[in-house]
Design a protein around this ligand. Structure first.
Ligand code: NAD
Length: 508
């Protein structure tokens, strides 16, 4: 059976058919669970079908994966890095097709789809270098003829549960590090982006096969909460890295903690941009546009709150409303489109309900506020004038809705920035060093990402990515995030023949 539309035929170049088994279990593709349709968010028509994993598939996959850990963790780290290097190269070869699939299935515009795949390539490069730098340390011992050192060992299996909005980059942040650190990976992608899960897995599997390695090193299930819960409960998985909403993340954390497992959480954001009276206004307007409208407001780092100094409030808004008028809405694969559809019909309903709540809480719609009548999930980019105290402002509405509010003093602006439960990303626009250093210091932004003169979104992989409070506290990608994928052994070695005790204790 072929694809319903000719424009989907490029998918066969990355291993996708009209109908696909959705689990990669011990080197075999299968799926004994429900058959689901992957829908095009621009039309809500089926792109292809996928059979999800059953709990039996899960068990079979986990058994093979547990066996594979014994082999993978024995391979020297730089050799594991070489495998990740090959994965990066394979991604380079399919960058355009994979980026196109991200855009088609998730709904983000093509340059962002390609950018998402590029992010994994960058992560591969980072991880290859890291594979020769998983350094421990030597610590001076207080005892004669003793030595203390720290060793970093693999955990075994890392479970990765990802969200729909970054259907493959988040896998990349986790898997590249987990693999060079000596762990096998068990991945469950979002239930509405199964084709990206399958295409990514085929590419990784090919590299493992070519190198005669057990393919169960990378075990994958398409599916929903049932598989997610199985991963959370599974004592064979010491670390579960979860990306998604704060609500589901909290449930996952509780389940994992109950079995003394570790969790790495990347949850909801509610990000603000502050514009000071001395700011470069043009730079700030362009940044707000990208941060609030990019990915149709469906990034964890999307700017949802714009906090403007009262002296520039009116003129800034006028300029922003002007650029909002020029935003081209349409097919995300078409050149020039800036705003694609929301991911699902459910998200579009969520937008509608959100607008009703905003109005009921005194929000004044300055532009947008409606869904666009079409077969797809398109909505208008929206700006709302509202009090920072309104309940709705404290929540993450996953759509292109920007709340604007006014401030007089820096302290007031920082208080508003910090007044929400989430703590992911934040930005200030100013040229004054004293403001910059207050903003990034202890009394400044309480977020994990604290930017100056750039948008809240579009992070580079070199830094550790993640947020505080209801965003979950996790850090992924660059810097020393790798340490979370390893087990630290503190070793004290006595190379003498006496037994001096620490703290000078004399025991008989
Ligand atoms: P979601 O919480 O609905 O789903 C995320 C994943 O959890 C999916 O794979 C889903 O199938 C799975 N899941 C659902 N119920 C589960 C359960 N009971 N146990 C285990 N897994 C379960 O989130 P979403 O709608 O896919 O994604 C949007 C959310 O993700 C937003 O809140 C966004 O801010 C957040 N997000 C955060 C980051 C970050 O880095 N902080 C990045 C991307 C997305």
């Amino acid at each position: 059976m072929g694809f319903a539309k000719k424009e989907y035929e490029f998918l066969s170049e990355i291993g996708i058919e009209a109908s696909n088994p959705g689990c990669f279990v011990n080197g075999v593709w299968k799926g004994n669970g429900a058959v689901v349709s992957s829908l095009n968010p621009s039309s809500n028509q089926t792109i292809a079908q996928v059979s999800e994993g059953s709990l039996d598939d899960y068990e079979e996959g986990m058994q093979a994966c547990s066996e594979a850990t014994k082999i993978w963790m024995q391979i020297p780290a730089p050799k594991r890095g070489e495998i990740v290097r090959q994965i990066g190269d394979a991604l380079r070869g399919k960058l355009q097709q994979l980026g196109r699939l991200v855009s088609l299935e998730m709904g983000k515009i093509l340059p962002e789809g390609i950018g998402e795949v590029q992010e994994i390539i960058d992560m591969c490069d980072f991880a290859v270098g890291l594979s020769r730098q998983l350094n421990g340390s030597i610590i001076p011992s207080e005892r004669p003829n003793h030595m203390m050192l720290e060793m970093w060992n693999p955990l075994g299996i890392v479970g990765v549960i990802t969200a729909f909005n970054f259907p493959c980059a988040v896998l990349g942040w986790n898997a590249c590090l987990a693999l060079v650190c000596g762990n096998c990976v068990v991945w469950k992608g979002a239930p509405t982006t199964p084709l990206i899960t399958i295409a990514m897995t085929k590419l990784v599997a090919e590299v493992l096969e070519k190198n005669n390695l057990p393919t169960a090193i990378f075990t994958v299930f398409c599916g929903g909460s049932e598989i997610g819960q199985a991963i959370s409960k599974d004592t064979r998985i010491p670390l579960v890295s979860f990306t998604g909403s704060s609500k589901v993340g909290l449930m996952v954390q509780q389940t994992v903690n109950q079995r003394y497992g570790k969790c790495l959480l990347e949850l909801s954001g509610n990000n603000a941009i502050i514009v000071m009276d001395d700011a470069d206004i043009q730079l700030a307007v362009r940044s707000v546009l990208f941060a609030a409208v990019g990915t149709a407001g469906q990034r964890c780092t999307t700017c949802r709150r714009l906090i403007l100094h009262e002296s520039i409030y009116q003129s800034f808004l006028e300029q922003l409303l002007q650029v909002y008028k020029q935003v081209k809405i349409g097919d995300p694969l078409e050149k020039g489109t800036l705003l694609g559809p929301l991911h699902t019909a459910g998200s579009r309903e969520g937008f509608k309900k959100g607008i009703d709540i905003i109005k009921s809480q005194g929000g004044k719609i300055l532009t947008g506020g409606s869904v666009i009548e079409s077969e797809g999930n398109f909505v208008q980019p929206t700006i709302v004038e509202i009090s920072s105290d309104a309940g709705v402002v404290k929540e993450e509405l996953f759509a292109p809705v920007l709340y604007v509010m006014k401030f007089k003093t820096l302290k007031e602006a920082i208080d508003i920035n910090n007044s929400v439960p989430q703590g992911l990303s934040s930005s200030i626009f100013t040229n004054k060093p004293e403001i910059i250093f207050k903003w990034i210091g202890p009394n400044g932004s309480d977020c994990g990402i604290v930017n100056v003169n750039i948008p809240t979104n579009g992070a580079e992989i070199g830094g550790a990515f993640g947020g505080e409070k209801a965003t979950g506290g996790g850090r992924e990608a660059g810097s020393d995030s790798w340490k979370q994928y390893m087990r630290r052994a503190t070793c004290t070695i006595n190379y003498g023949h006496e037994l001096p005790l620490a703290q000078g204790i004399n025991f008989g």
